[in-house]
Ligand binder design. Structure first.
Ligand SMILES: Cc1ncc(COP(=O)(O)O)c(C=O)c1O
Length: 359
């Protein structure tokens, strides 16, 4: 029997043909195709500006540089996220201040954010984990009240919505990852979006060593090489066309598991408001006996993944506080095989195998 990977996506001959065409053009680095991809990406999210770069991690870093984050600043990050959210701030010498999540959802708790603010706080980075909306209204309210910037880490939430809001588009900046395990992919890739013309202009300079043209006579502001390539953009444009298909697939996978959860009492699905438009990128559950379940599935050729570890377990981020809510997600969270390329037959095989597990 074939093995089942924790994630499968869909790349076809259309991507290969588009990459081929892009390579045949004279300009391969960040040319016309990147521009088209940025415009189409921005239009799809309903924002005026999107700036492409090489990964979601670089998008975070580029965004923080554009917002002027520097050594000594404090940046608020949830304790439950992928390490890149914190490392981007660390790259700039800022202090990462970890804040616990809500008890029932792995997104940052705004009351705890309010308690963590100091005169050095410059930026709040809400993370829309697994397509779940962080409480943006409260966070933007706090940011306005205290003169702070908001950078939404929507790496895991592309095209996820909550009511009328498109996740990643309400803060000063929003970032997305286009890595292979994300909703659409360019292999590696990332995007920063904004509604601010000024920030868009700044991002474009930051992406190119701080200047419009590297042959300038002098360099007068900070930047680096965050440039994208046209063959990745070509792949991204084809992937944008697959959004409706990907959405239908991830929702079908999620529905199939959801119907089974009521009989699998040892699993507690991590809540996600699909009825409000939140997109379940991955199928995420809590299991008190997580490692034994992962081993059981592995024994049947099925790969499952642990959730991201809590960031307060990373000593290089410095001493942090108490984190009882996110502790549960970090200790018991896991992802079941999912993704737009995962077949429903394989999902049924996973569910059958879950039924064989004795908790
Ligand atoms: C919440 C979050 N932020 C940032 C990133 C970084 O994105 P990338 O892997 O494209 O660098 C990821 C990647 O999984 C992520 O999950």
């Amino acid at each position: 029997m074939h093995s089942i990977a924790w994630w499968r996506t869909h790349l076809g001959p259309e991507e290969r043909a588009a990459v081929d065409r892009a390579l045949a053009q004279e300009q391969v680095t960040q040319g016309r195709v990147t521009e088209q991809f940025e415009q189409e990406f921005a239009a799809a999210l309903g924002v005026p500006y999107a700036v492409a770069t090489t990964s979601g991690s670089m998008a975070l870093l580029m965004g923080m540089i554009a917002l002027g984050i520097e050594a000594g600043d404090e940046v608020i990050v949830p304790n439950q996220t992928f390490i890149a959210t914190a490392h981007a701030a660390r790259m700039l010498g800022a202090r990462v201040v970890l804040v616990d999540t809500l008890p029932d959802r792995p997104v940052i708790d705004p009351e705890r954010v309010a308690a963590a603010l100091t005169p050095r706080t410059k930026l709040i980075v809400p993370v829309h984990l697994g397509g779940r909306a962080a409480p943006m209204e409260a966070l933007i309210g706090l940011a306005r009240q205290h003169g702070l910037a908001v950078l939404e880490d929507a790496a895991q939430a592309l095209f996820s919505r909550r009511g009328g809001a498109v996740l990643g588009t309400d803060g000063d900046l929003g970032i997305y990852s286009l890595g292979i395990t994300k909703f659409i992919t360019t292999g590696q890739g990332g995007m920063v979006v904004t509604r601010s013309r000024e920030l868009n202009d700044r991002l474009r300079l930051v992406r190119n060593h701080g200047v419009e043209d590297v042959l300038n006579e002098r360099f007068d502001r900070f930047g680096f090489n965050f440039k994208f390539t046209d063959f990745q953009a070509a792949m991204g444009r084809v992937q944008l066309g697959r959004v409706p298909q990907h959405q239908a697939s991830v929702e079908a996978v999620y529905r199939e598991y959801s119907a089974a959860f009521s009989e699998l009492r040892f699993l507690r699905p991590i809540p996600i408001a699909t009825e409000a438009g939140e997109l379940p990128l991955w199928v995420e559950v809590l299991c008190a006996d997580r490692q034994r379940l992962i081993d059981h599935l592995a024994g049947h050729g099925i790969q499952a993944r642990r959730y991201h570890p809590n960031l307060d377990r990373s000593p290089h981020l410095g001493p942090q506080g108490e984190f009882s809510a996110s502790r549960v997600f970090g200790r018991e969270g896991m992802m079941l095989p999912s993704g737009p390329g995962q077949s429903i037959d394989d999902v049924r095989r996973v569910i059958a195998c879950l039924h064989q597990f004795s908790p």
